[in-house]
Design a protein around this ligand. Structure first.
Ligand code: ADP
Length: 283
């Protein structure tokens, strides 16, 4: 039995993280299934570990630290992926976080096409709104809200993940539009390169569409360029599949208001959706 050592529990030691098999790959490194020695109880806990290679650029490393900081600031919520700590004293850099064993919402929707019940979709929509309303309260602009970045816990609960672009300034001006997910971007981002909590609300509307469309790609049949042109020049908006109840259609409509200030907050949506979902869910 090892003696407990006094140390900050936020910084983990590499030898306390036992990396197992690869479960995903990210923009700058890979994600692994792992176990960690819990610094307080000394128990082994299942976890997921995001790694960053030693050869990564300084810029990428800074971004990695920022991602960890954003996760740490926002972790205390049922519907946001919890971070356990970071291992930064050695290489590779590690972000150690809660494991979401059921993978991403997008793959769940695609795998179970036509089989996900309306009730479960309503729960996904509510839980995503609930996680985002927490980020909104923390003033965290996520910048990559999409079904691919909603992960599923062992109980299939939504956990918002991927804080690789997240920022806690209210307004983020970013000119790097190359690699961005065009079909999730609000018009003000495409026109003025301005991200805000309000542009996350737009992306939430797209995510709700993805849920009702069983994981189809938004703006079916349109390229990024075509979709962007139709949204900006013609105020085009997608229609939700007929299965979507009118209350949900209405929520998505406000998320897609051209005027960012007219989009109701995630907290308003989350509260309304909680009531709507719980009235339909079995006790
Ligand atoms: P990037 O921001 O570089 O795209 P992500 O954070 O999205 O990286 O992670 C890449 C993939 O790794 C995800 O799509 C998911 O499949 C997997 N993954 C990430 N975090 C977890 C987690 N906590 N539990 C389970 N799988 C995860």
């Amino acid at each position: 039995i090892r003696k407990p050592v006094f140390r900050s529990t936020w910084i983990l030691r590499h030898e306390d993280v036992i990396i197992n098999k690869k479960i995903g790959s990210g923009a700058f490194g890979e994600v692994f299934l792992a176990r960690m020695v819990d610094p307080t109880s000394e128990y082994l806990l299942d976890c997921a570990v995001k790694t960053m290679k030693q050869e990564a650029s300084t810029d990428a490393k800074l971004r990695f630290h920022k991602e960890a900081r954003m996760m740490r600031k926002n972790y205390k919520h049922n519907h946001v992926v919890m971070i356990f700590g970071v291992a930064t004293l050695n290489s590779p850099l590690l972000i150690v976080m809660e494991l979401c064993p059921n993978g991403s919402l997008i793959s769940y929707l695609r795998k179970n096409k036509g089989k996900v019940s309306l009730l479960e979709k309503l729960r996904f929509i509510y839980e995503t709104a609930s996680g985002l309303s927490h980020l909104e309260k923390m003033n965290c602009v996520h910048r990559d809200v999409a079904a691919r970045n909603c992960l599923l816990s062992a109980k299939n609960a939504i956990k918002i993940s991927d804080f690789g672009l997240a920022d806690d300034r209210r307004l983020v001006i970013d000119t790097f539009l190359d690699k961005l997910p065009i079909k999730w971007l609000a018009p003000e981002i495409m026109q003025e390169k301005m991200y805000s909590l309000k542009s996350d609300i737009w992306a939430y509307g797209i995510t709700v569409w993805e849920i009702f469309a069983d994981g189809d790609e938004p703006y079916p049949g349109l390229s990024n360029v075509q979709a962007r042109a139709k949204i900006v020049a013609q105020d085009y908006r997608m229609k939700l599949p007929a299965e979507a109840p009118p209350e949900i259609v209405q929520i998505v409509e406000t998320c897609w208001d051209k005027n960012p200030d007219k989009r109701k907050t995630m907290t308003v949506h989350s509260n309304a959706l909680q009531i709507y979902y719980e009235a339909r869910a079995p006790p």
